[in-house]
Design a protein around this ligand. Structure first.
Ligand code: AMP
Length: 284
C-alpha cells in the first residue's frame, strides 16, 4: 500500500514541515484550493511538481470570501477523496487548517483589501465581499508557507490578476504561475460547483464556452468588439442563463478595451443557471 499524503492541521505543523524541506535545500510550490478537487486542481498540482521539489496543497473553504447569502455551508467537502487524488499525483503535503479559528483566531482584525484589477466591475461588481476575502486568505497562505512558487488557475482569471498585484505590491517573495483551464469534453470549465447542476442545466452550461469561443473567433476575424459582445450577451440569455456580465477586457489590466489593436484581449463571463453561478474566460 502506498503511504497517504501527510496532513498539517496547524500553522506550526506546516512551518515545521516546510523547515525540513528548506533544511534539505528543497524548493517549494504551493497550490491553494478549497478542496472538492477535480482534474483542474490536479493539473495545477502537476504543474507545481515541475516547478519545485516539494508541492504543498492547501485545502480550506474560506468563509470570508462568501457572502452570507452564498453557499459556504453547502460548498462540497470531499476530504477523503481529495487526499486519495493528491496521493495519486504525488503531492508532498496537505495544509488543511483544523478549524476556521486556526486561520482566523479570536481577535483577528486585519484584512487585505485589493483595488486595481480587483475593482474593474467584473466579479467585484457582483460579489463585493469576494476579493478582500481572497486577498486576505491568499496573503496568509503565502506567508504561512513561504513557497518559491504558487500556482493559480486561469479559470479564475480576475483572481489570478489580483493575486499577481498583491504579491507585487506587498513584496511577497513568491513567483505566481497561471495555469490553463481544464474543461469537460463538451467545453464546460471544470468547477467544484458543477455538481450543483441538474442534467438539464448541465447541457445548457456547455453553451457558455461555445459562445465565448464563437465571440473570440469573430473578434479575431475583425468584427467590432462592442457588436460581438452584444450578440454574445443575447445568445447567453437565449440559452437560458441569467447573465451577470460578458465583457472584453485588456488581458493584463482587465480595463475595458475597444479593439484588438489596444492590446491582448480576454473575454470574461459570469452567468447563473438557477442557483448555480458559472464563470469562464478565454483569450482572443
Ligand atoms: P478553488 O478550489 O475553486 O478555489 O480553486 C483552486 C484553484 O484551482 C484556483 O487557482 C482555481 O483557479 C483553480 N481551478 C479551478 N478550476 C479549474 C479548472 N477547471 N482548470 C484549472 N484550474 C482550475
Amino acid at each position: 500500500m502506498t503511504r497517504g499524503v501527510p496532513v498539517a492541521r496547524t500553522v506550526a505543523a506546516l512551518r515545521r514541515a516546510v523547515a525540513r524541506y528548506r533544511a534539505a535545500g528543497e524548493t517549494i510550490a504551493l497550490v491553494p484550493t478549497m478542496g472538492a478537487l477535480h482534474a483542474g486542481h490536479l493539473s495545477l498540482v502537476r504543474r507545481a511538481r515541475r516547478r519545485a521539489d516539494r508541492v504543498v496543497v492547501s485545502i480550506f473553504v474560506n468563509p470570508t470570501q462568501f457572502a452570507p447569502s452564498e453557499d459556504f455551508d453547502s460548498y462540497p467537502r470531499t476530504f477523503a477523496a481529495d487526499l486519495a487524488a493528491l496521493r495519486d499525483v504525488s503531492a508532498d503535503l496537505v495544509w488543511a487548517p483544523a478549524s476556521v479559528e486556526e486561520m482566523y483566531p479570536p481577535g483577528f482584525a486585519t484584512r487585505v483589501v485589493p483595488a486595481g484589477p480587483a475593482a474593474v466591475g467584473l466579479e467585484d461588481a457582483f460579489r463585493p465581499h469576494f476579493f478582500a476575502g481572497v486577498a486576505t486568505v491568499v496573503t496568509k497562505l503565502l506567508l504561512q508557507c513561504l513557497p518559491d512558487v504558487a500556482v493559480f488557475g486561469e479559470k479564475d482569471f480576475q483572481q489570478l490578476r489580483v493575486v499577481e498585484r498583491i504579491v507585487a505590491d506587498l513584496n511577497i517573495p513568491v513567483r505566481i504561475i497561471g495555469a490553463p483551464t481544464v474543461r469537460e469534453a463538451d467545453g464546460l470549465a471544470m468547477s467544484s460547483r458543477n455538481v450543483y447542476l441538474s442534467a438539464e442545466q448541465r447541457a445548457v452550461a456547455a453553451t457558455l464556452y461555445a459562445t465565448l469561443s464563437a465571440c473570440a473567433e469573430k473578434i479575431r476575424e475583425g468584427q467590432r468588439i462592442a457588436a460581438v459582445m452584444r450578440q454574445g450577451r443575447r445568445a447567453i440569455e437565449r440559452a437560458g442563463f441569467r447573465l451577470d456580465y460578458l465583457e472584453a477586457r485588456h488581458a493584463g489590466t482587465l480595463e475595458p478595451i475597444a479593439s484588438l489593436a489596444e492590446g491582448p484581449v480576454r473575454l470574461l463571463v459570469a452567468a447563473r443557471l438557477g442557483a448555480t453561478r458559472l464563470i469562464d474566460n478565454i483569450a482572443v
